[in-house]
Design a protein around this ligand. Structure first.
Ligand code: SF4
Length: 226
């Protein structure tokens, strides 16, 4: 497997936010979202066997929460699926963070899928694989990263059209964070003001959860490995 980093930190953006978590960050992505904060994963990394990945997770935490992320982890589906199954079998709670562009039907049952639906201003607005709606189950989460009103309206309408609130555990509306926010740790660096977003959500009775990227407020937003 091609791995950028494996580290322990605080889970920052889901219903598991705030919990200690081991992150397995896989190298490579086939999308290029305008506000991507993980461009360092597009290349490089190092080879590890699936066994070495599992050993490193066990070394960092003997149990608890593991998040598989990237990049786009499902580009390495062949090796990744057995790793996720093994972690589940060993008693870990396994989160898979994915762009929604890759098919998710073969993700092992029990893995919590945190699936993005890319909005228009990401530059990847048509990338979501609509067949993935069938792969979602009641433990999963769907996330929209929003940078303006047009993104918000797209997300609001998508949630309503597909009845997402009844399909998954949580729908997350998350303001995008500026890529130029190095050092700063306040909401002025969100591309969409969270207060404005909250007001829109309340006015429209959107059945979604406002989600701020907790790690961006704890550490320097440009920091890796957190
Ligand atoms: S899918 Fe994720 S890693 Fe890939 S470009 Fe978009 S934000 Fe970055």
């Amino acid at each position: 497997m091609q791995i950028t980093e494996i580290y322990k930190s605080i889970q920052g953006e889901s219903t598991h936010a705030g919990l200690p978590c081991v992150f397995v960050r896989l190298t490579g992505c086939n999308l290029r979202c305008a506000w991507c904060d993980s461009e360092y994963t597009f290349s490089g990394g190092h080879r590890m066997t699936p066994e070495e990945v599992i050993e490193e997770v066990e070394h960092l935490s003997p149990g608890g929460l593991v998040e598989i992320t990237g990049g786009e982890p499902m580009l390495q589906e062949r090796e990744l699926v057995p790793v996720m199954q093994r972690l589940l079998d060993d008693g870990y709670t396994v989160l898979l963070e994915t762009s929604g562009e890759r098919p998710l039907a073969r993700v092992p049952k029990g893995v919590v899928k945190i699936v993005d639906v890319k909005c228009p201003n990401s530059g990847e607005g048509d990338s979501f694989d609509m067949e993935n709606l069938e792969a979602l189950d009641s433990g999963d989460e769907v996330r929209f990263v929003l940078s303006d009103r047009a993104d918000y309206e797209f997300a609001r309408d998508f949630v309503a059209r597909h009845g997402l609130a009844h399909k998954v555990n949580a729908v997350l509306f998350s303001p995008a964070f500026s890529k130029e926010a190095g050092g700063a740790r306040d909401t002025s660096h969100c591309l969409l003001d969270p207060r404005e977003l909250a007001e829109w959500m309340l006015a429209d009775h959107v059945p979604a959860r406002l989600s701020l990227q907790m790690h961006k407020f704890i550490w320097d937003p440009a920091m890796k490995g957190v």
